[in-house]
Ligand binder design. Structure first.
Ligand SMILES: C=CC1=C(C)c2cc3[nH]c(cc4nc(cc5[nH]c(cc1n2)c(C)c5CCC(=O)O)C(CCC(=O)O)=C4C)c(C)c3C=C
Ligand SMILES: [Fe+2]
Length: 434
């Protein structure tokens, strides 16, 4: 998708009206952006509203001259939370919180109310609080997504409302998990196409937590900057592979069923009513053993995945979107796509139909003392039921994925992400006020 496509995509540019904004909405950056954006296109440099004299008049208007990357807005409200089907953003922060000692359901509800108000404002390109970090940045496709970990329900006395889907994930033999960087009462995913906008949201939400919750762990990630390529291209990961090709597509008939909890229990869901329109996120910090990986020849690397590095096409030929021929053999009688190739054994048709929407960020947290990069994938996958998404696929990968020798799962989290907030509602209200 080009920048212009993104700006024209209604899901990216039309926000629902913020009913918490009040008269300040008159001067909201979002509305200024519309005017100033148009003026900017004509080459007009605007002064302060009302022609304020002196130094202030020389300052550019907030939002002046924004390009479509900065202008693009994702709606906060809706059937689903943002940040699930939103196109991947350039910058991401993941942060887990634990409720503070003594904080319970009442404090959690107040916190979710504060976070929702902040997210609504920031995602619309309006300041929340006194920060000036993003005054000239625009919404930049900011999304804030909030989820509940298993431990949240005990802390708030809501155990009867805890979904079975939050039962702990099974242990996998290749797990090397750090408990301190895993799980958490609450999880927030922040994504934006501008690093300052993403940081500002992270900092503001953390300040909003006040005495109610403390940061348990926090991770930073990135992806290709939208607009950097003219063709809409699937992103690459830090191993250099095209990654995301065979994700379920929103246009597929079973997409919603696979990714989202149905809107009512009559649709065969065992989920509590408050999860209607929600999804489950599995979050894994997966370190890439890049020194080992880069010792492999390109041909060997391609066999590990089963796809070409250059364009992501299957080893049996065609283009990125060509269906792989799983039963093709080479002159020596070996499968062209090896039996343990990652992209072969992770397919739904090899796992009883198990499917998930992968929406990761890459990470790089510097180098270890021995010069080894601490880099990899903040793997985030979304599904209506982790037992019919992540778990069976990871079980299969754990038993015999050629990629396993080059990656290490270092932390894990499973979070129930409720449906999107309706107008005037805060995220999680249907749980906290049930
Ligand atoms: C348990 C789920 C998965 C984990 C963990 C995982 C880690 C992981 N994957 C790559 C790179 C690629 N994965 C690709 C495809 C792919 N991977 C999974 C699941 C997990 N991956 C699925 C379900 C699929 C799609 C299979 C299909 O339907 O065809 C690919 C190929 C291109 C693509 O379709 O995206 C690559 C490349 C890495 C580097 C990694 C851990 C660091
Ligand atoms: Fe994968």
């Amino acid at each position: 998708m080009t920048v212009d496509d993104r700006a024209e995509n209604p899901s990216r540019t039309t926000g629902e009206r913020d009913d918490t904004a009040g008269p300040a909405a008159e001067l909201s950056r979002r509305r200024l952006l519309g005017t100033v954006g148009a003026a900017g296109a004509g080459g007009l440099a605007l002064g302060a509203v009302g022609g304020v004299a002196g130094h202030a008049a020389a300052q550019p208007e907030p939002g002046a001259g924004l390009a479509s990357v900065g202008r693009t807005e994702v709606p906060f409200g809706g059937e689903h939370q943002p940040g699930i089907t939103t196109p991947m953003q350039a910058r991401g922060h993941l942060v887990a919180f634990d409720l503070a000692p003594g904080a319970g359901r009442k404090e959690a509800a107040a916190l979710l109310r504060r976070w929702s108000a902040t997210a609504r404002r920031l995602m619309a390109g309006r300041p929340a609080g006194d920060s000036t970090i993003t005054l000239d940045a625009g919404p930049s496709s900011l999304t804030v997504t909030v989820g509940f970990g298993r431990s949240f329900f005990g802390r708030t006395g809501l155990e009867k409302q805890r979904p079975f889907a939050l039962d702990p994930l099974p242990a996998f033999s290749s797990d090397r998990l750090d408990a301190k960087r895993s799980e958490g009462d609450l999880w927030v995913q922040i994504g934006a196409d501008d690093a300052l906008v993403a940081f500002d949201a992270l900092r503001t939400l953390q300040r909003d937590a006040g005495d109610a919750a403390r940061v348990r762990w926090q991770m930073n990630g990135f992806n290709r900057t939208p607009g950097a390529t003219e063709q809409p291209m699937t992103t690459r990961n830090l191993m250099g592979q095209v990654d995301g090709t065979n994700n379920p597509k929103e246009s597929e008939p079973d997409f919603r069923k696979r990714i989202f909890v149905p809107a009512n229990a009559a649709d065969g869901s065992s989920d509590p009513a408050w999860m209607a329109g929600g999804s489950y996120a599995v979050v894994r910090r997966i370190r890439m053993l890049l020194d080992d990986w880069e010792k492999l020849s390109q041909t060997a690397q391609e066999k590990v995945i089963g796809r070409r590095k250059s364009d992501g096409a299957p080893l049996t030929g065609g283009s990125e979107t060509t269906e792989p021929k799983l039963d093709a053999f080479d002159a020596e009688g070996k499968p062209v796509i090896p039996a343990d190739a990652h992209a072969r054994i992770s397919r739904p048709d090899q796992n009883g139909g198990a499917a998930m929407l992968r929406r990761p960020f890459s990470f790089h947290d510097g180098y270890d003392e021995d010069g080894v990069p601490d880099a990899g994938l903040l793997f985030i996958c979304w599904q209506a039921d982790p037992m019919r998404g992540f778990v069976p696929v990871q079980r299969k990968l754990d038993r015999g994925d050629a990629l396993s020798a080059f990656i290490r799962h270092e932390s894990s989290g499973l979070f129930a992400v409720p449906g999107g907030a309706r107008s005037g509602e805060y995220v999680g209200q249907r749980l906290l006020e049930s």
